[in-house]
Design a protein around this ligand. Sequence first.
Ligand code: PLP
Length: 409
Amino acid sequence: MSIAQSSFVSHLEGAIDGSHLEPNVVQTLHEGRPIWVRYDLEAIGQAMDRSDLIGRPSNLWRYKELLPVYDESKIVSFGEGMSPLLKSPRLGAALGLDDLWVKDESQLPTGSFKSRGMAMAVTMANHFGIGSVALPTAGNAGGAAAAYAARAGMSCYVFMPEDTPIINQYEAMAYGAKAYRVNGLINDCGRIVNEGKEVKGWFDLSTLKEPYRIEGKKTMGLELAEQLNWQLPDAIFYPTGGGTGLIGMWKAFQELAALGWLDNETMPKMFSVQSLGCAPIVEAFNKGEKHATPFVNAHSVASGIRVPAAVGDFMILDAVRASGGAAIGVDEDRIGEWMRLGMSREGISICPETGACIGAVEKCLEDGFIDSSDRVVVFNTGAAQKYSEALECVIPSVDKDCPIDWNLI
Ligand SMILES: *Cc1c(COP(=O)(O)O)cnc(C)c1O
């Protein structure tokens, strides 16, 4: 064994009422709502400084003091994390921004940022000796869960609405999960997982129904801070479904501030982006409400943000409001256009969810929420190639027959 392993987790905390809960035992929800992982930040501050990160492995485990790492031998990993932060001047110029960056999560294992959350949740399940996990998904979470479960030697059950992108269905199967299509919506899939807990004894990996996926996604915020030399940007655009990414990043910034590792005084404005085809958080934000009302007839090609009801709705809204940002809804019909704009200007594999974010940047510039000189970071949460249906709708087909006439090429 390398080092004596002691975790800096101090306790768990119910997000709805702040009550303290026991750490290092299996926890799910508290009062039907998510649970925060809290750390002894003072002890972390005494044990290390940000400069100690230099030279550590270039993946998310470099932040192990700020993660629920109890036993390094239980870590389930593909070396995920430290995705590139790409300066994007051509897309910036097209949008009217001088200092635009894309944090490119499409390069992570299984092609989306879902691998960060699953790395942490499956590691913790492994730590607790859980042999079987299950989740509902309408997009990338199923493939990520299946891959991590395979790596840990666990069995995995995935329940997907019938209109889940076909690649997501294939990948879950190929990684060895028992994957089922459900004639219904994501909440129907959630109900099956919930009922199966009793019958099959599996552990529920659903978004925010266990405490650790947030901690994995938090590492996007830690990386961003480190990559920008501890100087956070002016604005962050993040596509929002269940909200773990945005909630996790905001939590990361608070922890870094408490540690005194940040050089800036002000926090970035957090922009939570949804398609107007499914915009419960945008509606709640505009009405000034604490919780969101389930969105009726939700539809979007951006499957990752087609979440009509989020169990952590109040946590998303709190973060957006505290940051001085906003929840922005964009035209569903233009998502493909924005995807193509990003892909053709920068060569980055932009997912539809991030297409929506590019639209939101455009809107926020017009409305004066951001300025052309602001440093703006857009998260590209997944890879375009996982969305064959969306690509088919938005990309004019390749000319099948190469013309003989050079004037036509
Ligand atoms: C899941 C997903 C989202 C939404 O993420 P949350 O953090 O749950 O809000 C965005 N983009 C992609 C590609 C996703 O797979």
